[in-house]
Design a protein around this ligand. Structure first.
Ligand code: GLC
Length: 649
């Protein structure tokens, strides 16, 4: 479309919706400024369609509607965030991911728990899926049957709005999910499709027989090989096969149909206008499908995300986008956008590679794989940031590159076997108690379930009543947290991990959950146990206090803002890994011993600062260490870490 014609359309659309005058100038400027980009991205996806122009116009209408429906307080917040610059790079942001019902009971009792979260140092709350989802076939809420009605179990939309206001009053941020890739097979659209409505059948990938599904399955990996093998399910009523990449009750949306993108964009804005600060886009790697491919990470999936990002930047710019792409390390980076679109796709992504590498280091006591992979991880573009975490509601995948494993001298297959055995409860001598998830007999792939505490040995230690082993597991938990809290990005704590919840096996008694052992690490909080965080010397208290101290350090020092200022130190001791964070004159060294044995590191590790710096101040325990000669040693206790501020005097 010719530039001026496009601008005229936008001006007319704004006029029609009474968007004129100085008050709206910033929006109009953003809209006009991005119009060609929106058009370009949309044409990358749909230019071959005859209805391209009217459908594109409908997209512009969705954007205008989002802006006109935006509450004035959120418009102000947008402005404020824009003034702050890239607000989500700030060290103040520390998240917790939680299920409202399992953590607080309901949305209406959530506000009472905010003080507890604040006390720990949390400023961002990720509310796990809240919208309607059928009982027993919900995938923890990731099978949505209504995107606009809150599941009764949690409360109402008004309760969510009240919670948002309580968060905002406490200067806390809210994050929720949009499940873009699929709906529940009980969503109204699925029901209409089932009844034979062709309009809604086109919302999904439906086939009369198995010929196309059979061909596609040749190249599509199984996501849940145990509970839902294959990527298609047969629907009796419709008498058709439907694509269902995840569980058979999760039907994949067909983004080749622009009406799907339109309705999901409108839903994204509905969430933005609830005051969401960070929108977690669930499973974005899967949103475009193509015969003969893995149907993951396809270029069109990126184009859709870029289109969403630009639309959000125009209408609701205060909402940042997090892409939940748990894919190979190099592919994760592409979700930040590449080439011209660098920094114009997802603002945030999960640092799934680093997370898995920390477990790798803990299980092997060898940090070289972690260090080698930084070559990739550090390519994160300026202005974007990581979500760093040790555990979340999902399993731990070991999807890092074989190449680096080989480089450090291990056989990738045997290496992964060892990790699965050690963490996944298959090795009697291992202190970890986890389980294998998603075991695929065809590929021998498997991931790992278990809470942070159980995987760090706390469950076995408590069962044996072994005081020393309990202390060791606490040290491991805090080492893991320290590594992810001090790195560049937003730490995301998983609820329950802040005070050492061990695996909960009660899911086995619930038929809606028993087929999915990820529920073992999704505890129901017992606030009596939780009260122990205040009782000095308890396990809960030691873990909580340690994490709280780490979060305080992070908050206090500007060096922890994410300005891509992480520099990993050369390896001298394979069990000790470390990085330096620098801001102008200030330098902080974070060093981690992943071994159950004491370790030494020569002071040569600090050679870059040795001429100016005399002392290292440990921010974690308020102690000083004088820098020794190059051949002298800094000693580590088992699983000890240091957070050293380099001091000149
Ligand atoms: C995401 C969620 C996971 C869910 C899947 C399918 O990966 O984190 O819990 O099973 O998407 O929606």
């Amino acid at each position: 479309m010719e530039k001026n014609a496009l601008f005229s359309i936008i001006h007319a659309l704004c006029e029609k919706n009474s968007i004129k005058g100085i008050k709206h100038q910033a929006f109009i400027d953003r809209f006009i400024g991005n119009a060609q980009l929106l058009h370009y991205l949309f044409s990358q996806l749909y230019s071959k369609r005859e209805d391209f122009d009217p459908v594109f116009y409908q997209m512009l209408e969705v954007i205008v509607k989002a802006y006109t429906e935006r509450d004035s307080q959120f418009l102000k917040r947008d402005e404020q965030k824009q003034k702050e610059g890239t607000w989500f790079l700030n060290r103040d942001l520390v998240g917790m991911s939680l299920y409202v019902d399992r953590f607080a009971g309901s949305l209406s009792t959530m506000p009472e728990k905010l003080e507890y979260l604040k006390e720990l140092g949390i400023s961002l709350v990720h509310l796990m899926p809240l919208f309607e989802s059928p009982k027993g076939a919900s995938d923890g809420g990731y099978a949505v049957s209504n995107y606009r009605v809150i599941n009764k179990r949690f409360g109402t939309l008004d309760d969510l709005k009240t919670l948002q206001q309580s968060l905002q009053a406490k200067e806390m941020y809210m994050m929720i999910d949009i499940v873009l890739n699929h709906t529940s097979n009980q969503h109204e659209w699925a029901n209409k499709a089932r009844q034979g409505d062709a309009y809604y059948q086109d919302f999904y990938y439906t086939y009369d027989d198995r010929s196309i599904p059979d061909q596609m399955e040749i190249t599509m990996p199984d996501v849940f090989p145990e509970s839902s093998p294959g990527s298609f399910s047969y629907d009796e009523k419709m008498n058709k096969w439907v694509m269902s990449v995840f569980h058979n009750y999760q039907w994949d949306l067909n983004f080749k149909n622009p009406q799907v993108l339109k309705i999901m964009l409108d839903t994204i804005f509905f969430y933005a206008n609830l005051g969401v600060d960070i929108l977690r886009i669930d499973a974005p790697a899967f949103i475009w499908k193509q015969m003969g491919t893995t149907c993951q990470n396809l270029p069109e999936a990126h184009t859709i995300l870029q289109f969403i990002k630009v639309a959000v930047e125009v209408a609701t710019p205060g909402m940042a986008i997090l892409g939940e792409a748990i894919v190979a390390p190099k592919q994760i980076l592409e979700y930040f956008g590449k080439g011209f679109f660098t920094n114009h796709e997802c603002d945030l992504a999960y640092n799934a590679t680093q997370m898995a590498l920390q477990w790798d280091a803990l299980a092997t006591t060898d940090t070289r794989n972690m260090l080698a992979n930084q070559h990739t991880i550090l390519q994160k573009p300026n202005g974007t940031t990581w979500i760093n975490y040790t555990r979340c509601h999902d399993d731990i995948g070991l999807g890092f590159e074989d190449y680096y494993i080989e480089q450090i001298g291990y056989n990738p297959y045997l290496h992964r076997e060892y990790l699965k055995n050690y963490l996944g409860g298959r090795l009697v001598s291992s202190p970890s108690s986890g389980d294998l998830f998603g075991v695929n007999p065809k590929t021998n792939d498997a991931r790992i379930s278990g809470t942070l505490a159980s995987l760090c040995g706390l469950e076995k230690a408590i069962n044996k009543n072994d005081t020393e082993a309990i202390q060791t597991s606490i040290d491991k938990i805090l080492l893991m947290q320290a590594n992810s809290v001090l790195l560049g990005g937003i730490p995301m704590i998983f609820y329950g991990d802040e005070f050492g919840y061990t695996n909960d096996y009660s899911y086995l008694e619930d038929p809606g959950k028993s087929y999915d052992n990820r529920w073992m690490h999704r505890p129901k909080i017992d606030w009596k146990k939780n009260a122990k965080v205040k009782v000095n010397g308890t396990v809960e208290n030691r873990i909580f206090k340690g994490l709280q101290a780490l979060l305080k350090i992070r908050k206090k020092h500007t060096v922890f803002n994410d300005s891509n200022n992480v520099q990993w130190l050369e390896s001298q001791n394979r069990s000790v890994v470390g990085f330096k964070r620098t801001l102008k004159e200030k330098q902080v060294f974070c060093l981690f011993n992943y071994s159950p044995e004491p370790q030494n590191l020569t002071f040569y590790a600090f050679h870059s600062i040795k001429n100016e710096v005399k002392k290292l101040y440990n921010l974690y325990d308020d102690s000083y260490t004088a820098i020794g000669k190059d051949h002298e040693f800094l000693s580590f206790k088992p699983y000890q870490f240091y957070v050293f501020l380099a001091e000149k005097k």
